[in-house]
Design a protein around this ligand. Structure first.
Ligand SMILES: *Cc1c(COP(=O)(O)O)cnc(C)c1O
Length: 421
């Protein structure tokens, strides 16, 4: 059963209750390797489902447009203070509805329509909001992209510097959604300084690793840090923007009144809870275990002949180019899903195929690490992946793998679901 129990929902709306129970069961029974997903704690779920959802509070603590903020103000101040302490920054805005509006606020704060900014190419691991032609960031601004090296799969900092000095962008973004390697924040900071740009580190994927000390921090290097709060940070589906004192007002104004109305106070409370959890010493152990698992999985996959972009991983994420396996990303991902392994098809750098059916798959270890899997389990996970891809057309073989996976996972409790709950 779902934890906390959803008994009221079951009597008011059994249809939705049943679907939620089914999703909880699905999350319990599968090896979840989608790199942006995790399992949040029951405490985060309780805050997310609380009466704070009933309150409107446009503005910021102490400067609201509606009355009755006696409780909401301290909730938001708690989240802000915990973000500042955990990430070592001077200012935190915890109101962005999600990572995409957080990045839109950055564009609004520092650029006018048509202005130039620099970011990682989407097909090389960047994010839609970093200037993809289908996104508002690409339609209304002038993005210029750096990429990764063909042989190395890593960002070439000399290329970034050359582009920055030639294009003189207003903003430089570092970070992305499919980067298996450490981001060199000091090098980006130097280039931003030299070219007169604002440096924005989008750490949506790695925020939990940064908080837990398993990835270098952008604090002290980036002028602005944007992040979602789910992913490796293991909080609700919100976002934060952290800044130096200098840029605090511009970012706050861009969020409200620039882009948003009332903040989602239930999410703010859940962010505060997640930040408290992430400040505990055991969260550092968790972050290190995520990386240890990813590296063990990368090694085991390589032993099965899989071709990993950049040759491995420094963080939670692995990008596999399936070209040498004679299968595209999409059919592989669909077969894996039937086998009880959930991940996403993904473009790889210099992908000759189209984004809707690219050559790669992307994996992350944040969720399975929350379940309690460790390095010793990664050989089995790699073997299941290999078998499932090799028997993509063989329904019974995929069912057999799904059964083996359920057997393993039954020994690893899932936060948010309990057999006899
Ligand atoms: C996930 C992600 C976002 C956007 O977050 P949403 O919650 O999907 O809006 C932005 N930037 C990066 C790098 C991300 O990985």
């Amino acid at each position: 059963m779902h934890q906390p129990p959803i008994t009221h929902l079951a009597s008011t709306d059994p249809d939705v209750a049943e679907l939620i129970e089914a999703e909880a069961t699905r999350q319990h029974d599968k090896i979840r390797l989608i790199a942006s997903e995790n399992y949040v704690s029951p405490a985060v779920l309780e805050a997310t489902g609380s009466v704070l959802t009933n309150k409107y509070s446009e503005g910021y603590p102490g400067k609201r447009y509606y009355e009755g903020q006696q409780v909401v103000d301290p909730v938001e101040e708690l989240a802000q203070a915990r973000a500042r302490a955990l990430f070592g920054v001077s200012h935190a805005n915890v109101q962005p509805y999600s990572g995409s509006p957080a990045n839109l606020a950055v564009h609004l704060a520092f650029m006018q329509p048509g202005d130039t900014f620099l970011s990682l190419e989407l097909a090389h691991g960047g994010h839609l909001t970093h200037g993809s032609p289908v996104s508002i960031s690409g339609k209304w601004l002038n993005p210029v992209h750096y990429g990764v090296g063909r042989g190395t799969g890593r960002v070439d900092m000399d290329e970034v510097r050359d582009l920055a000095l030639r294009e003189r962008p207003k903003v430089i973004f570092c970070g992305g959604t499919a980067i298996p390697r450490t981001i060199d924040f000091p090098a980006f900071a130097e280039i931003a300084k030299e070219s007169g740009a604002v440096l924005v580190a989008d750490i949506a994927h790695i925020a939990g690793l940064v908080a837990g000390g398993a990835h270098p921090t952008p604090a002290g290097y980036a002028d602005v840090i944007t992040t979602t709060t789910h992913k490796t940070l293991r909080g609700p589906r919100g976002a934060m923007i952290m800044t130096t004192e200098e840029h605090a007002t511009a970012i706050d104004k861009a969020i409200f009144p620039g882009l948003q109305g009332g903040p989602h106070n239930h999410t703010t409370a859940a962010i505060a809870v997640a930040l408290k959890e992430a400040a505990l010493p055991e969260f550092g152990d968790y972050a290190r275990q995520i990386v240890a698992n990813a590296q063990a999985l990368a090694e085991a996959l390589t032993a099965h002949g899989f071709d990993l972009v950049s040759g491995g991983t420094d963080n939670h994420l692995i990008l596999i180019d399936l070209t040498n396996k004679d299968v595209a990303g999409k059919p592989a991902a669909k077969a894996l899903d039937l086998a009880g392994i959930e991940l996403n098809f993904n473009t790889v750098p210099f992908d000759p195929r189209k984004p809707w059916s690219p050559s790669g798959i992307r994996l992350g270890t944040a969720a399975i690490t929350t379940r309690g899997l460790t390095e010793g389990h990664m050989a089995s996970v790699a073997e299941w992946i290999d078998r499932a891809i090799a028997s993509a057309e063989d329904g019974p073989a995929l069912d057999k793998i799904a059964g083996e996976i359920q057997d393993l996972l039954s020994a690893f409790p899932m936060p948010g679901w309990a057999i006899n709950g």
